[in-house]
Write a protein that binds this ligand. Structure first.
Ligand SMILES: Nc1ncnc2c1ncn2[C@@H]1O[C@H](COP(=O)(O)OP(=O)(O)OP(=O)(O)O)[C@@H](O)[C@H]1O
Length: 251
């Protein structure tokens, strides 16, 4: 399976009025194709910053990023990003919020509408094609945001707390939805979450970050069969280990 995404010696400093703020200290991470990897860590440790660097929205201070062996510099169509706050266009109908992922690639309207309809069907959004974002539930908005990213066929999908603003029932539904889509497509997914339960339920591997300036403290392999039982002894054991690691880092 070989390394797909490779981060080497990544550091990030932000310039602040009173000096430099070191955010990421020395990040090394290898992700294989088709893996679902979660990043968890204390608030403000730089998880969003790391995703923004991989997405090309920020640059690293030092270090090397590669996707399939080729350097990743700047925004790259091989990388897709899904935000927590959906970032849909309020003035566009649902179908036009999905096909914008192809519009920016210059795909003609008939083709992108046909592709968007496929996503509408497989994402359970039929009947809502012409609704505006404000008429949709949080879970639907997030399905639209995921469809808009996937329709562009990225090689790797970055997700920043995508279910963070959903109530717990919708969140569970969206976790199962994501697993279903992922089982069909086998995208490589890098998923940031505050929620250790979510990380254990979803991921093949979990990278636990320490406080700022952060490093990866430990990587957990989660080899539980899917569908997973959130309350199985093994799931509990992994959750307990991650939580205790995070508590040790609290100052
Ligand atoms: N553009 C910026 N300029 C200066 N400082 C920034 C900038 N973006 C983020 N920071 C700082 O970098 C640190 C890391 O922020 P980041 O949002 O990456 O953390 P996070 O781990 O995603 O946090 P959370 O889990 O709370 O979302 C924070 O202290 C933040 O204030």
């Amino acid at each position: 399976m070989g390394t797909h995404l490779e981060l080497r010696g990544l550091t990030k400093y932000y310039a602040h009025a009173d000096g430099e703020l070191p955010v990421l200290a020395d990040i090394d991470l290898d992700i294989a194709r088709g893996q679902l990897v979660s990043l968890v860590g204390p608030s403000g440790c730089g998880k969003t910053t790391l995703l923004r660097i991989i997405a090309g929205l920020e640059s690293a201070s030092t270090g090397d990023l590669r996707l399939d062996g080729q350097p990743l510099t700047g925004c790259d169509p091989r990388v897709g990003l899904v935000f927590q706050e959906f970032a849909l266009f309020p003035w566009r109908r649902l179908i036009a919020n999905i096909d914008v992922g192809l519009e920016i690639q210059g795909v003609p309207k008939a083709r992108r509408r046909a592709a968007a309809r496929e996503y509408i069907r497989s994402f359970g959004l039929e009947g809502f094609e012409n609704k505006y974002p404000k008429e949709l539930s949080g879970g639907m908005k997030q399905r639209v945001a995921i469809a808009r990213t996937l329709i562009a066929n990225p090689r790797i999908v970055l997700m920043d707390e995508p279910f963070g603003s959903l109530d717990s029932q919708s969140r569970n539904n969206m976790q199962n939805f994501l697993l279903r889509i992922w089982a069909e497509r086998r995208d490589t997914i890098l998923f940031v979450t505050h929620n250790v339960d979510e990380a254990v339920y979803l991921s093949d591997r979990i990278a636990v970050f320490g406080p700022r300036p952060s490093r990866i403290l430990q990587i957990f392999d989660v080899s539980l069969d899917r569908p997973r039982d959130r309350t199985s002894p093994e799931a509990n054991r992994i959750r307990r280990e991650i939580l205790s690691l995070l508590h040790q880092t609290e100052s």
